[in-house]
Ligand binder design. Structure first.
Ligand code: SF4
Ligand code: SF4
Length: 390
């Protein structure tokens, strides 16, 4: 593929050692023998940005080999991790000091450990982050999935990240095959939105242009939790892609069922990207009504439709220069309508992707499913990690 660089997310494994309340991926691991090989990674196109994720990517002991190969084709790489494998993270960062690391921290200590289900998870994540900063790593930060249980910790965690001079990335609850979950939903929308509003005002009051654009992203999260149409078009699969541990290339991680454009183990990138299957997925994306608002699909859209967030930033940052409170969630009509009783909670719930009766497609291969006939995902991964430690 000549010319244009893409934005790619590489899901290196579906194995995970955490037990998050909002994601059941730990119950549906991939088999290590089937996971993306370095040979397949070599076939990926040129990228301006690559996110490496999982499951928990550091469960893979050959992650360094993957990253080394990815650096031959990507300008910037960020790894999303739950921060548990401190030594492996530090070792990888010694070889790749330019890499970005985002550690998921779901709140202050107690809340984080309850949501993530990792014993001592907060301290491990926090210690890893501190060690990375001490090593001189520049592109390091927190990632938080905001929900009813942790919304009150949003601003305190942001302030902590600021104190440590780190990035602070937010998300909210989504449902999809990737999360092996269909029941995620925000219950107390005004409370969660109020916490986002507080964060947005903190971000707008900072001196960092990057944070002003993050404020726009968080404004989009309020819009999302009220079930509204995305603030920006979704162009996933046009200049952005995800690849799963089996080599299947997909538009994104937000669809209910796995949508496959082709398989990179069996095809070349050029064949796959211009195949009829890829075109058919693009047609589906054009009329997708899931309205996700995750950084993976929003960041490329903010880049592409830059005038829209830029105008929002100008209006909030500069035209309200002397106002301390630059942003109010009531700028969104739906938030006013809910406050004024013009729309009910039940009506908003229906706009979400939460489906209590959904049959969940976990996107696993037949062989990965087969291993679950005899053991649970947790048993398989725990034994796997024990074996690695020995
Ligand atoms: S959210 Fe991430 S860390 Fe938590 S179970 Fe899912 S894959 Fe694992
Ligand atoms: S809105 Fe975009 S990111 Fe979300 S499921 Fe649809 S195509 Fe994927």
């Amino acid at each position: 593929m000549a010319g244009k660089k893409l934005n790619g997310t590489v899901i290196v494994t579906y194995r995970c050692n955490a037990r998050c309340t909002m994601c059941n991926r730990y119950k549906a691991p991939s088999r290590p023998e089937e996971e993306l090989s370095v040979e397949t990674i070599k076939k990926l196109p040129e990228m301006y940005f690559t996110n490496v994720t999982g499951g928990e990517p550091f469960i893979r002991q050959d992650l360094k080999d993957i990253v080394r190969e990815l650096y031959k084709k990507s300008d910037r790489i960020v790894i999303s991790t739950n921060g548990f494998f401190t030594d492996r993270i530090l070792e990888l960062c010694r070889e790749f000091p330019q890499i970005g690391i985002r550690i998921s921290i779901e709140g202050l200590e107690q809340t984080n450990n309850e949501i993530r289900g990792l014993q001592d998870g907060f301290n491990r994540g926090y210690t890893t982050l501190k060690k990375l900063v001490e090593m001189g790593m520049k592109d390091v930060g927190f990632g938080m999935t905001v929900q009813d249980r942790n919304a009150a910790d949003l601003v305190p965690l942001y302030l902590l990240s600021n104190q440590m001079q780190m990035e602070f990335a937010t998300a909210s609850l989504h449902n999809s095959f990737y999360f092996v979950e269909a029941k995620n939903i925000i219950h107390d929308r005004p409370m969660v939105a109020q916490n986002f509003e507080n964060l947005i005002n903190e971000l707008l009051n900072s001196n960092s242009p990057k944070k002003w654009f993050r404020a726009y992203f968080n404004h989009g999260l309020i819009n999302y939790i009220y079930g509204q149409r995305r603030l920006l078009p979704c162009d996933m699969s046009f200049d952005t892609f995800f690849i799963d541990p089996y080599g299947d290339v997909m538009p994104c991680n937000g669809t209910k069922d796995k949508e496959v454009m082709g398989n990179l183990n069996d095809q070349t990138w050029e064949e796959l990207w211009s195949s009829p299957a890829a075109e058919s997925v693009r047609r589906k994306v054009r009329c997708c009504d899931r309205n996700c608002w995750m950084i993976g699909s929003v960041s490329p859209a903010m880049r592409k439709y830059i005038w829209k967030p830029t105008w929002w930033v100008i209006r909030h940052k500069f035209l309200r220069f002397f106002k301390k409170k630059k942003y109010s969630m009531y700028e969104l009509k739906i938030v006013r309508d809910y406050r004024d009783g013009k729309v009910t909670k039940e009506e908003l719930d229906k706009l979400s992707t939460c489906d209590l009766n959904a049959v969940i497609n976990d996107g696993l291969s037949e062989a990965s499913k087969e291993q679950l006939a005899h053991k649970t995902g947790e048993e398989i991964v725990d034994a796997d990690i024990r074996g690695q430690m020995e």
